[in-house]
Design a protein around this ligand. Structure first.
Ligand code: CTP
Length: 438
């Protein structure tokens, strides 16, 4: 049987082996599951290991040492697998930081080498109401895999020693990976969890796969039934944000438009992507909040009242909301930045009130060379200028304590930007001259 873990990054392999050894000792069957298995098979690696512990069936061994872990598919008495207890023990072995989530019966381990291990007990899910959170109870690995979104995400790899690296493919995920196909596991999947519509498109576009025809049909049927109405805004937002964080979100939104699946955002089946496509991505793609800048571009195509609704519906932070609102001032700012005799401090005064992300957005949207040059200079140089003199220095130079100190410091900053003062003495000289002229 092929060992699918043999080429795993050393750090991951070591954590996986030690987890497997502990599982053997504790009579637990342990697997890697979900996205990590898909990514290993696609030879794309991440540092996150998702593990599922399955209750083992022993030949009537209740209460006694269960002995060696039986092979997959054994029969006998159920033994409860407690992922939290298991994770706690594993955290000591791996010297990892442990966070337990009792409400979900899961635990996360963070290792100092960057590896993260998430542990959960195998479970099955039922959806009493479409789109709502499922009712969860312990289950077998097969049931745990069945509750997942797509066949390519429903693969597992065994971590116990006697079957280490063995692939468990209950639903044809390996075949679908090879044929680059996104396929749901059962007909109600999109109705149970409509966020899977966004996930299907995200994986399809990320890996250049295709959503298979029956899955497309069920996706379209779910959309016709207005499935997004049954999902809470935070869950939709989480998936929306994941799309914005993809390497090429434009592709995802183009596909969502094609499927008439953009309703979740502002109520329209499609969204205008013209602005989005025109963004100079090189201006911000390295930036950690690139997703927010993409979001600004999307919002520009939405009417102001709808935009307000979106801002209130989704759990943006206060700062994100402020940036998204500020981005709407783009045209006014451009007009101001096109004025001929603008000084460097004049540019500073225009751009300073905006957050860094918004200024990056103004840049990414700008075509006009002079506007681009001015924003770039502000970002690279002038926004970083700071005066050396303190309020105390100004007081010693004769500035009246109070409001005047702030005004003079501000004026000094503008002069420093324009004249390029390098020393404290130059600043002091300017203040003296300024005070004399008053
Ligand atoms: N999952 C699911 N349905 C969802 C969300 C998640 O079935 N709505 C399952 C999938 O098996 C998925 C796993 O939970 O692989 C982990 O979810 P997540 O971390 O969101 O996705 P990944 O597949 O790891 O994708 P990514 O590479 O984007 O992190």
């Amino acid at each position: 049987m092929e060992d699918h873990l043999s080429k795993l990054d050393k750090r991951l392999l070591s954590a996986a082996r030690r987890a497997g050894a502990l599982a053997d000792k504790r009579g637990v069957r342990l697997y890697l599951v979900g996205g990590i298995v898909r990514d290993i098979l696609l030879k794309k690696q991440s540092l996150d290991l998702d593990m599922v512990a399955e209750p083992i069936i022993f030949p009537s061994s209740k209460g006694r040492n269960p002995g060696p872990v039986p092979s997959i598919g054994g029969t006998g008495t159920w033994v409860e697998a407690d992922a939290m207890k298991f994770a706690k023990e594993l955290s000591t072995i791996l010297k990892a930081r442990l966070v337990v989530y009792p409400q979900f019966k899961t635990a996360s381990l963070s290792l100092s080498n960057g590896v993260r291990v998430d542990c959960a007990t195998a479970r099955k899910e039922t959806y009493p109401v479409s789109g709502a959170l499922p009712v969860v109870e312990p289950g077998s690995l097969k049931e745990d895999l069945f509750r997942r979104d797509f066949t390519i995400n429903a693969l597992a790899v065994s971590l116990n020693k006697n079957s280490f690296g063995q692939l468990i493919d209950e639903y044809g995920g390996f075949r679908d990976l090879k044929s680059r196909t996104i396929r749901i596991l059962h007909d109600k999947s999109f109705l149970d969890d409509p966020t899977r519509i966004l996930r299907a498109v995200r994986f399809e576009q990320r890996f250049a796969f295709s959503i298979e025809p029956k899955t497309i049909g069920l996706l379209e049927r779910a959309l016709k039934q207005e499935c997004f109405c049954s999902v809470t805004a935070p869950r939709l937002f989480a998936e929306f944000k994941k799309i914005l964080k993809e390497k090429d979100p434009v592709k995802c939104f183009t596909r969502l438009n094609q499927l008439n699946a953009m309703e979740f955002l502002a109520g329209a089946k499609q969204i205008n992507l013209e602005v989005f496509r025109r963004l100079n991505r090189r201006d911000f793609s390295q930036d950690s909040s690139a997703w927010l800048i993409y979001c600004m571009a999307l919002m520009e195509s939405i009417s102001p009242p709808k935009k307000e609704q979106v801002l209130n519906k989704f759990p943006f932070t206060r700062e994100e909301k402020q940036s998204l609102s500020q981005a709407g001032r783009l045209k006014t700012v451009w007009a101001a930045l096109q004025k001929k005799d603008l000084t460097k401090s004049g540019v500073y005064a225009i751009l300073k009130p905006f957050s860094l992300d918004v200024v990056l957005y103004f840049l990414a949207r700008a075509q006009e060379p002079m506007v681009r040059a001015r924003i770039k200079r502000f970002l690279e140089k002038d926004s970083k200028v700071a005066v050396c003199l303190t309020g105390h220095d100004l007081k010693n130079l004769g500035v009246v304590v109070g409001k005047d100190i702030g005004l003079v410091l501000n004026e000094l900053l503008y002069r420093k930007i324009d004249k390029g003062y390098k020393t404290k003495a130059q600043e002091r000289q300017w203040v003296k001259k300024y005070l004399k002229a008053l």
